[in-house]
Design a protein. Structure first.
Length: 501
């Protein structure tokens, strides 16, 4: 039955009436700087989408696409969460270009989420804009979103968990469960996400009142995280007869150990001796080379009951226990690289060029035409003028110096410690959560090898921690911040006024 004209008019008046238009105009005036930045970010993503068609395909992209139908966790060096949660659903209704488009939308969504959360927590608008700029305008982020790769979804899930946990204060049981589940899903996309259980538990401990309530919060967020991981591990066991997230850790831990191992005096089984690099310690290759291009793992004669992955893991553990200081030095050196002012290729590391826009379509010796033909989106090609523009932008001003990200992390941690006015700001727990999440995933990646690709989560988490930290330290929380009643306000430290934020 057709809707009466009066009802249609009433509906239009409700949504598009003078009062609503006035509110939209007022909101646009209030947030015009952010909307301008968001417009530039949208334009950059449109240019990227047109410049590299249908999407960029890295070496790992072919493994993801090849595992699209089997969903076999042993076929990928990373867990299959990216395939199950994004790649497979999108390709069931679209093509490679649609996948890249969805990832660009997710990139814009992360910028909006950061800005909205900070405004909700009382951060000044110009600081909130600055915090959203890195994820919106960094060219390395644009490049990874155009790739058929898991990094964008990994960033989204971590940020979604942080936003969910900080949006409501104090966080109630449903919020804690949702945050824990999102952290767990992040670990099914990239294995380093398993460390996110630590900041999740720490946040649950400090974000509210003490006593049994702390234990209940920890149990809630921890149980949600474990249930997701256990479900994935159960699927892995059904498919492979073993429990794990992926098989990529075996080669990575061997690659790290091979860079510094001194096999003299190291008690090794005979079948592991062939894993000792022939190169002198001062002339070793990088972790990535030993993990992915070394002949040594292929020389192992497997003993009965041992798999190659198990042998590589055993070798790595023996080396790390035998030379813990050498291992710590290697990890600390790579961790420090994250905060270099300029992005550059460090000796023996994965070349930065892989994550930079090129004037030609990068193939890495593989066949993107066949993949595009199979999954749709058109023949791979580059619109060179646009590619040149993107490359020039990326190599000049289109990236965030790592030093700035490091300072932002430090500011967040200082505020979380309750220094100065931060002690009574009510933002200590809120500053702590993104700082611990960001530093945790960066450090977890550096346990194995350094690549600028693995530093991208810092683009969301460091600015978020820094913006909350600056606000806490300066004591400038605006009235837009949600405030619980005095009776309900939890504590996140002596003298603080609120816990979750």
């Amino acid at each position: 039955m057709p809707e009466p004209a009066s009802r249609r008019l009433e509906w239009r008046e409700h949504w598009f009436g003078a009062e609503q238009r006035q509110r939209l105009r007022a909101g646009a005036r209030r947030h015009w700087i952010f909307l301008a930045v968001l417009g530039v970010a949208f334009a950059l993503r449109v240019v990227t989408q047109i410049a590299y068609r249908p999407a960029l395909l890295y070496i790992d992209s072919y493994r993801y696409l090849g595992n699209l139908h089997d969903l076999d966790p042993a076929q990928n060096s990373q867990p299959i969460g990216y395939i199950a949660l994004l790649l497979r659903p999108v390709l069931s209704v679209g093509n490679l270009a649609v996948v890249a488009g969805v990832q660009h939308i997710l990139g814009l969504g992360m910028g909006v989420a950061i800005y909205a959360l900070l405004i909700r927590l009382g951060v000044r608008r110009w600081i909130a804009v600055l915090a959203a700029v890195p994820i919106l305008l960094d060219a390395y982020q644009l490049q990874i979103e155009q790739n058929i790769m898991s990094e964008t979804l990994f960033e989204v899930l971590i940020l979604a968990a942080v936003v969910v946990l900080l949006w409501t204060r104090p966080p109630h049981a449903a919020v804690l469960a949702a945050g824990g589940a999102l952290f767990g899903l992040a670990a099914t996309v990239r294995a380093v996400g398993i460390v996110l259980v630590v900041p999740a538990v720490v946040f649950a401990l400090v974000a509210g009142t003490g006593g049994w309530q702390r234990l209940i919060r920890v149990a809630t967020i921890g149980l949600a995280f474990v249930l997701v991981i256990a479900t994935y591990a159960g699927y892995y066991w059904i498919k492979e007869g073993d429990i794990g997230l992926s098989r990529g850790d075996a080669y990575l831990i061997y690659g790290r150990a091979a860079t510094f191992v001194d096999c003299r005096g190291l008690d090794l089984p005979d079948y592991e001796r062939v894993l000792c690099p022939e190169e002198p310690r001062g002339h070793r290759l990088g972790s990535n080379e030993y993990a992915h291009h070394s002949p040594y793992p292929g020389r192992v004669v497997l003993p009965p009951g041992k798999t190659r992955d198990a042998v590589l893991r055993d070798f790595g553990r023996r080396v790390i226990l035998h030379q813990p200081l050498d291992y710590a030095k290697a990890v600390a050196t790579d961790f420090a690289k994250s905060f270099a002012f300029r992005r550059t290729t460090f000796p023996r590391d994965v070349v930065l060029e892989r994550w930079q826009f090129q004037r030609h379509y990068p193939t890495f010796g593989l066949d993107p035409t066949s993949a595009a033909r199979t999954y749709g989106g058109g023949k791979p090609r580059v619109v060179e003028p646009l590619a040149v523009f993107l490359r020039d932008y990326q190599l000049s001003v289109g990236y965030v110096p790592g030093t700035f990200l490091g300072i932002a992390f430090v500011v967040g941690l200082v505020a979380a410690a309750g220094v100065g006015r931060a002690r009574r700001s009510g933002l200590r727990a809120a500053s702590l959560l993104p700082a611990l999440c960001g530093l945790g995933v960066l450090l977890a990646a550096d346990l194995f090898l350094f690549s600028w690709r693995y530093q991208l989560p810092a683009l969301t988490l460091a600015p978020l921690a820094g913006a909350l930290g600056v606000t806490a330290l300066t004591g400038r929380v605006t009235p837009t911040s949600p405030s619980p009643s005095p009776a309900a306000a939890p504590r996140d430290g002596p003298g603080s006024r609120s816990g979750a934020s």
